[in-house]
Design a protein around this ligand. Sequence first.
Ligand SMILES: Nc1ncnc2c1ncn2[C@@H]1O[C@H](COP(=O)(O)OP(=O)(O)OP(=O)(O)O)[C@@H](O)[C@H]1O
Ligand SMILES: [Mg+2]
Length: 256
Amino acid sequence: MQDIHELTIICGIDKSGDREDVERIRICPGEIVGIVGPTGSGKSTLISDIEQLSQGDTPTRRKILINGEAPGRDIRTDPRKKRIAQLSQNMHFLADMTVEEFLKMHAKSRNRNFDTVEKVIRIANTLTGESIHPEHQLTILSGGQSRALMAADIAVISDSPIVLIDEIENAGIKKQEALKLLACEGKIVLVVTHDPVLALMTKRRIVMRNGGVRQVITTSPGEMNVCSELVRLDNYMMSLRNTIRQGGLVEEAVIV
Ligand SMILES: Nc1ncnc2c1ncn2[C@@H]1O[C@H](COP(=O)(O)OP(=O)(O)OP(=O)(O)O)[C@@H](O)[C@H]1O
Ligand SMILES: [Mg+2]
């Protein structure tokens, strides 16, 4: 795929068949865009339209353009040309393989050195409390371990210019670190989230309702201040969670 300097979403229709309220959304490299909205409002569907590079051929009738143009059929169908990485909402490994075998296979398919395998596991282990080992079978990994492994795999091996993330907060991994890892410089990142910290870490957020895009909100300086406060509270919550998980007591609340 050519260098990507713009991803465009041309909106379509919502669940009632009415036009969405925003006509088009343009996203440039280096930007993290949030997708928010109630359960069932169409957040994952929007992500999936982008992943498929839909051309008015899904129920939402949306069209996705790359650099202002409809991508050719070869780009839409060849995963190596598409270069869109997705961390999906529900993930289960079905492959009967070890972590190392899986990562080696992926590294090979992307022409990467096998050193990257060790790097993926090392980075994944910074995101999850329970260590992942190369000889672990994929099928025995916990939900948090699987998501941490996939996040590290996307960051190190896939290295796609467009990254789609569907709810990273519920997996029990360090969500802020995971978002920073996935959103490294120069990428276009869309992150579906119900989490106020993650939503306010983005520059803009798309608001969904009834299957349609209703508005796009730019994060204001006031919201950025709220975000810094929330990060402090959230880190405190994490430290409490860790203490309780390890069987410790938390008898005094100290929010610094
Ligand atoms: N524009 C649309 N037209 C028709 N159906 C739609 C549209 N948008 C979403 N849907 C359908 O609505 C259902 C819920 O959508 P989706 O799974 O995307 O919601 P969600 O916001 O991701 O919910 P959750 O927060 O629970 O993950 C799905 O069955 C999807 O196919
Ligand atoms: Mg969803």
